[in-house]
Structure formats: C-alpha cells, structure tokens
Ligand binder design. Sequence first.
Ligand SMILES: Cc1cc2nc3c(=O)[nH]c(=O)nc-3n(C[C@H](O)[C@H](O)[C@H](O)COP(=O)(O)OP(=O)(O)OC[C@H]3O[C@@H](n4cnc5c(N)ncnc54)[C@H](O)[C@@H]3O)c2cc1C
Length: 462
Amino acid sequence: MTALPAETTTAVVHELREALGEKVSTDHGIRQARGHDSSHLPWEAPQAVVHCASTEDVSAALAICHRHGVPAVPIAAGTGLEGGANSTAESIALDLSGMDKILRVGASDLDATVQAGVMKSSLNAALAVHGLTFPVGPGVDASVGGMASTGASGTTAVRYGTMKENVLGLTVVMADGTVITTGGRSRKSAAGYDLTHLFVGAEGTLGVLTEVTLRVYGIPEATGVAICSFPALEDCTAVVASTLESGVPISRVELLDDVTVDAVNRYSGLGLPVQPTLIFEFEGPAATIAEQAETVRRLVAGNGGTGWNYASDPQQIGRIWKARHDALPSYVALVPGSSTWSTDVCVPISRLAECITLTKADTDSEGVLAPIVGHVGDGNFHLAFVLPPGDDGVRAKAAAINDRLVERALSMGGTSTGEHGIGLGKTGSLAKEHASAIPVMAAIKKALDPQGILNPGKVLAG
Ligand SMILES: Cc1cc2nc3c(=O)[nH]c(=O)nc-3n(C[C@H](O)[C@H](O)[C@H](O)COP(=O)(O)OP(=O)(O)OC[C@H]3O[C@@H](n4cnc5c(N)ncnc54)[C@H](O)[C@@H]3O)c2cc1C
C-alpha cells in the first residue's frame, strides 16, 4: 500500500470514535501492547486500537477503514510466532480479545459456538461442566479465532487433527464490513464452495472471524503417559511409524532432542538420559489404554528404546510432561538474558529423522544453539534459536539456517510451516512452496479485499 496522507488517518480515528466511542483507544501503552505478537519480527504501534466486543463492532470498524483505504490488523491473544498480528504505524488494530463469550455448547451434538476472542482455557472450563473438551491447539493459551486464523495445532494433532479439521462454521466480517456465515453445525456438507476452510489459516488477510463453531470431544475416562530414550533419532521415527501403522490411537507423541533433554535436566533437575526422547500419551477407557501402552512398549523395545516409564496417575503424568513443558524456559536459562526465535517445518514422517539430523549439523557448524522438539506423529518439528542479548551475528545466522531449513523441508516433500503460519516471516517461503498457486491466492485476495486493507503484507508479500 502507498503511504496514506495524515488527514486520512486522522479522519479514520475521528470516525471510529464517532461510531464506537470509548472502544477506540489511542493511548500510547495500549497501541504498543496491541501492535505486535510474540515473534522477533518488526512492528510499529498502530494509530489506534479498536476494542471489539461484537460482530457489529468489527463490521463498523472495517466499513470505516474500507471507506478510507486504511489497513486493519486483527489481533487476539498475540501469541503468534510469525508476525501475523504485527501492525504498521498507519494501521488500525482490531483487538478481538474482548470477544470472549461462549455462545452455545451442544453437548449432544459435540459442538460449540464461541466468539472469536474466547481463549482455549476458557472454552475448556465451560466444556468441562458438560464432560467435554477441545483438545486442539498450541501449548500456550491462545484465542479460538487466532488458532483458526493460523490453522494452529499442537501435541494432539496426531489424534484430533488441526483447527482445519475442527472448525465447522464461521461468522466472518469481510473487508467492507459485510457479514457472512459459512459452514454450519452439520458434520458434513456438500453445499457449494468450502469458504470455511478458505478463512481458516488465512491469518486475517481475507476477513475477520467473529464467531467460530467447533467440534468438541468427550473427556477421556483415563490417560496414560510413557517416556523412553533412544540411541538415535532414526530409532524414534521408526517407532512412531510402527505405532501409527499398528493402529494404536495415540493422542500425543512428542520428540525431545538431546540438547532439549540436557536443558530440561539442568532447569528442572529431571535426570533423564541425554538422548533423543519420546513421550507418548494414551487416552480412553483404563483397560484399553493399558493394552495400547503395552503394544507401544514392545515396539519401543524392538527399536532400541530404553528406560520405558509409564504413568497413569496425574502427579506422575505431570512429572513426565514437565520435560516437554519446561523446554522453552530451559532454553532461555542456558544463556542468561537470551530470547528465542521459534520456527517450524513439517515433512513426511519417513524423512523426519534425516531432516532433523541435517538441520542439527547445520546449526552445529554455524555454532548456533537451536534445540529441537517435535510433534513427531505429524512429522512436524520446531527449532528454537537461542538469541544471546544484543548478538545480531547470531540472528543473521539463524535467518540463514531458517531459509535452509525451509529449502530442506520442501525438497523432502514437506511444508515451510506445519502450524505457526506464514505471517510476515515466511512470505518468501510460501512463494517458493506454492509458486504455481500464488497467482490464484493473489486473485482470491484481490476479489475479497480489493483495496488490500486486511492485514496487508501478511501471507502474500506486497
Ligand atoms: C510459547 C508458545 C508456544 C506455541 N506453540 C504453538 C504450537 O504448539 N502450535 C501452534 O500452532 N502454535 C503455537 N504457537 C503460536 C500461537 O500460539 C498460535 O499461532 C495461535 O494460534 C495464535 O493465536 P492468538 O490468539 O495468539 O492469535 P494472534 O497472535 O493474536 O494472531 C495470529 C494471527 O491471526 C490473526 N487473527 C487473530 N484473530 C483473528 C480473527 N478473529 N479473525 C481473523 N484473523 C485473526 C492475526 O491477524 C494474526 O495474523 C506458540 C506460541 C508461543 C508463544
């Protein structure tokens, strides 16, 4: 977009104030706080923040932005890792975190409808009353609309899929303020174009989600968790492939590389063998999960795995998962004052060990600390670059390693991001991954947002 005249931006804030009153804030601290996500990527404070509480608020704000050609950037919990919610100085930030109402729980249909700003933790608290849960999403708490917009997933995708498989319907405000609904509550529909899945993963570039209908699940009767170690990464991926082939419906399988295990040992005093490590989770009726765990235990032993430690009581389970949950703080503790830059790719599981091994060789030869954890049942892994305070040399090396990581994943038939999305950080990667489809994506963007006001510069560069 070309730079807007100052009188345009002033007029927009004035009109927003007239339409939405105190929901419009130009306070410095609020503009700073709501101008960016949790990534390392550049941002500027937006000129104003609109605290939206309803579909009508979003519609009114977008109609005004559209009339003046002013960019609008949706932001919810701000936990994104690729700069998707980062503003520019000309933008209006649409803060959706106040859209926090659970509109309906359909206990007998196993679905729920929520406003887009509802946090996953709040949804799960409301569902628990009905014996239900929504198991999909990141380890960190995030909003349902943000998760849908980034196509998020996490440790449970191996069993429950990603947001793409779990959003049934949407209310969306289009660039000009028009409101549409897509999908619905039925489990399947053959009615027309699948607009729901056009907006899921669109990172706020095609419309703003205001209400989301989700599939939900019964809380499992019992849970069991096991941890074990392996001499080599190849052994881990071989076991996971055999487990998936065996049909055991594991609900999670997480990989921790040796660097991560060492870091969490130091941070949390866990005393785990410093080797590639897997954590399996099983859910279901108590008798069934014990059987499933025994099947996996045999597969682990047959592939050189050792130290099988199975737990079914919540305290022991919590202790095993600590190794995974403490990963991020343990990385930062390795280098005082450091921050992390987290990137992810996803490859076919048969190429995962090779992809991780080559990536570790790359980080080692560059002398960059970048521990790895992975949702190994999906072939998805995360590299957390540890950035020492003020060390731009490491940041530049990390950027080059990240580019090579994406190239490597693509050459193996994988994708540039399994779950964090494209945002600002991976627009170049998307162009490489989907070169032939970019014109079609650009045509869709142009058709739905002709002035390019919706989260410009994200997903599609320029
Ligand atoms: C410690 C940590 C761990 C993480 N682990 C994972 C993980 O395991 N898996 C994973 O997938 N992600 C992970 N993430 C990334 C992040 O949590 C997800 O991307 C999450 O989906 C973002 O949700 P949010 O509410 O914070 O969205 P925000 O960061 O506020 O926004 C994300 C994007 O969605 C857009 N957006 C937000 N709400 C709407 C809406 N209602 N309509 C249209 N567009 C909207 C924004 O413009 C932006 O482009 C992690 C992040 C952190 C900090």
